[in-house]
Design a binder for this molecule. Structure first.
Ligand SMILES: Nc1ncnc2c1ncn2[C@@H]1O[C@H](COP(=O)(O)OP(=O)(O)O)[C@@H](O)[C@H]1O
Ligand SMILES: [Mg+2]
Length: 352
C-alpha cells in the first residue's frame, strides 16, 4: 500500500463531470505535480484531497486510513495537511511572526516552543530578520514565503500547493522553484503541487500527472512525460512538437509522404493511419546519418537565428517540419538538407 492511495475518484458539479476515475498512488516524501490547462480539474482534485470537496465516487486513503469515501469524509482540519494558495492568504494586520505562529497558537503549543519553531522555519524559508514586519512591508515573494512558513511550521505530513508561484514575476518564480525543491527535500514532507506551467512541473517534480478534461492522461517522471508522451494532448502540452500524419507499414515503420521512418516498437500501434510526433530538437541537420538513424531529405524554407539555436522550417515533400538546430547551423532558405532522427524520437500515436 502506498502512502496516499487515490482510488476511482469522481466528482460532478450539477451536470458537469469535473473529475472522472482518478487513480493514483503517491509515496511518502514524493513531489507530485498535477499539470494541465486551466479548467482541467487540478484544483478540484487537490481540494478533494484536502477535504474541502467531497467526491461522488472513490476513496482516498492515507497510511491505510480512509479519509474519504462516498457518504463519509473526514473534515479538512483532521487531515494533517497544509495548504498554500496562489494568493498567499496571509493576514495583513499581523506581523510575520504572528502569521506563522497562528496554527501553533490554535493548537495551544507553549510560548517558548512557538518562538523556537517559528524562528527555525523562518530561517528555512529565508525570512530570518523579518519576523516583526507586516505583510504590507514585504515583497510578493516574501509574502509567499510567509504563507509557506505558516503551512510548514505545524509539520504537516502532506503539503498541498495550488499554483503558489503564479503571482510572482518570472525571475523570482525561477528562484522560488529551486527553494521549494530544496525545502521539500530537507523537510521530507510529501508535496502535491498544482500548476499549468510545464516548465515549472518539470523543474520541481519527481512525478508529473497530466490532466485534461477531468481525466488523467499520463503519469511519470518529467523525462518520461517529455520523451514518451502517451497521446497527442500530452505531446502538445509538453511543448512544441511536430505532428505528422502517417501510415503504419511494417513491424516498426511508418510511412510519411515519400519517407519510411523506423519508429520504436514499444510505441507500436498496429493500425493504418497514425500520427508521428517528433520534437524539433530531435531532428539534426547532418551530412550522413549514423547507423540506425532515420534520414529524411528536404529543403530549407526558412532559417531564423535565435542566438542559442537556429530555427528551421524544412519541407520534406509536402510536409513541413520545425527543426531546432544548434547555433552554428548556417543553412539558408533554399538549401537542401538531410535530417537525422533516432527511431526512439519518432513517437507513434493513435489519431484522435
Ligand atoms: N463549485 C463548482 N461548481 C461548478 N463548477 C465548478 C466548481 N468548481 C469547479 N468547477 C468547474 O470544474 C472544472 C475544473 O475546475 P478546477 O478544478 O478549478 O480547474 P483547474 O484548477 O484545473 O483550472 C472547471 O470547468 C470549473 O468551472
Ligand atoms: Mg486551479
Amino acid at each position: 500500500m502506498a502512502f496516499i492511495d487515490i482510488d476511482g475518484i469522481g466528482k460532478t458539479f450539477g451536470a458537469f463531470q469535473a473529475l472522472t476515475d482518478i487513480q493514483l498512488s503517491i509515496e511518502a516524501c514524493e513531489f507530485v505535480t498535477f499539470l494541465g490547462p486551466s479548467g482541467c480539474g487540478k484544483t478540484t482534485m487537490l481540494r478533494t484531497i484536502a477535504g474541502f470537496i467531497t467526491p461522488d465516487a472513490g476513496t482516498i486513503t492515507v497510511e491505510g486510513r480512509v479519509l474519504s469515501q462516498p457518504g463519509a469524509a473526514l473534515p479538512p482540519e483532521l487531515r494533517q495537511m497544509g495548504m498554500v494558495f496562489q494568493n498567499y492568504a496571509i493576514w495583513p494586520h499581523m506581523s510575520v511572526f504572528e502569521n506563522v505562529a497562528f496554527g501553533l497558537r490554535i493548537a495551544h503549543v507553549a510560548d517558548a516552543e512557538i518562538k523556537s519553531r517559528v524562528a527555525r522555519i523562518l530561517e528555512a524559508v529565508g525570512l530570518e530578520g523579518l519576523a516583526r514586519r507586516h505583510p504590507g512591508q514585504l515583497s510578493g515573494g516574501q509574502q509567499q514565503r510567509v504563507a509557506l512558513a505558516r503551512s510548514l511550521v505545524v509539520e504537516p505530513k502532506i503539503l498541498l500547493l495550488d499554483e503558489p508561484l503564479s503571482n510572482l514575476d518570472a525571475k523570482l518564480r525561477e528562484r522560488m522553484r529551486v527553494e521549494l525543491k530544496t525545502l521539500q527535500r530537507r523537510t521530507g514532507i510529501t508535496f502535491i503541487y498544482v500548476t499549468h506551467d510545464q516548465a515549472e512541473a518539470m523543474a520541481l517534480s519527481d512525478r508529473i500527472v497530466v490532466f485534461n478534461q477531468g481525466r488523467m492522461q499520463q503519469q511519470g517522471s518529467p523525462r518520461d512525460i517529455y520523451e514518451q508522451p502517451a497521446n497527442l494532448f500530452v505531446a502538445d502540452f509538453m511543448g512544441l512538437v511536430n505532428r505528422v500524419s502517417g501510415e503504419w507499414c511494417g513491424p516498426a515503420q511508418v510511412r510519411i509522404g515519400a519517407h519510411v521512418l523506423d519508429v520504436t516498437s514499444a510505441a507500436a500501434i498496429r493500425i493504418g493511419a497514425v500520427t508521428v510526433a517528433i520534437r524539433p530538437e530531435a531532428l539534426l541537420p547532418v551530412t550522413t546519418a549514423l547507423e540506425g538513424q532515420n534520414l529524411i531529405e528536404g529543403v530549407v524554407r526558412e532559417s531564423v537565428f535565435l542566438g542559442n539555436i537556429v530555427d528551421l522550417c524544412v519541407d520534406i515533400g509536402g510536409v513541413e517540419l520545425h527543426v531546432q538546430a544548434d547555433r552554428w547551423c548556417t543553412l539558408a532558405a533554399g538549401d537542401p538538407v538531410r535530417l537525422a532522427v533516432e527511431p526512439a524520437e519518432c513517437v507513434v500515436m493513435k489519431n484522435e
